[in-house]
Design a protein around this ligand. Structure first.
Ligand code: MN
Length: 205
């Protein structure tokens, strides 16, 4: 397999045990090494299938293949964002500073109001999906999105600054079916520096 033409499971910048007690070692291990890995493998298998069909000039079911590809690449990209906006509780949580802190305060009135709206968005995603904080360059507003599965309800071109995975596989070991408890715990392990860096990078361009 040519490495640079396929997806690779990203390494985490912390150990599997480091997000406890908010996300247990068992939960994070399975989520990263099984669930995220499955999206990487799934996307690569479809790319290989496309390579083969193109080489042989063979017909494929384009609609279902592209749907599968989107499911897997979407899963890979969203999980990669998710791991990057988490940090051990000793370094995470609290409130954002910098341009992000200013942007949230300006848009929502207060950090607490943002936190409440984001939690409600994540809690009310129908079925499996994600809560996401995004940013619109046309209006310079941070915008909360609900992502159904991996790709519905997304504003095209909006850069995502922060996500929370609310698929049940993200929390069932630690919180059973209680998504709300997981969302509450999430705030203790948000890496605000990373989220702020994403916004700063975005604003440079
Ligand atoms: Mn997940």
């Amino acid at each position: 397999m040519e490495q640079n033409k396929f997806y690779v499971l990203p390494k985490l910048s912390y150990d599997y045990k480091d997000l406890a007690p908010h996300m247990s070692e068992e939960q994070l291990t399975i989520h990263h090494s099984k669930h995220h890995q499955a999206y990487v493998n799934g996307a690569n298998a479809i790319l290989q299938k496309l390579d083969k069909a193109r080489k042989e000039n063979a017909d494929i079911d384009v609609k279902s293949t592209l749907k599968d590809l989107s499911w897997n690449i979407g899963g890979h990209l969203l999980h990669s964002l998710f791991w990057g906006n988490l940090a051990p509780p000793s370094k995470g949580g609290g409130k954002p500073a910098g341009v992000l802190g200013d942007a949230l305060a300006k848009e929502f009135g207060s950090f607490e109001r943002f936190q409440k709206e984001f939690s409600q968005a994540a809690a009310s995603v129908e079925g499996s999906g994600w809560g996401a904080l995004s940013y619109c360059r046309q209006t310079n507003r941070p915008i909360i999105m609900q992502i159904e599965k991996h790709n519905t309800n997304v504003y095209p071109m909006f850069r995502i600054l922060m996500v929370i995975d609310v698929f049940e596989h993200a929390y069932y070991i630690d919180y059973k079916n209680n998504r709300g408890k997981f969302i509450e715990a999430f705030w203790n392990i948000v890496n605000w520096n990373a989220v702020n860096n994403r916004l700063e990078e975005l604003l440079k361009h």
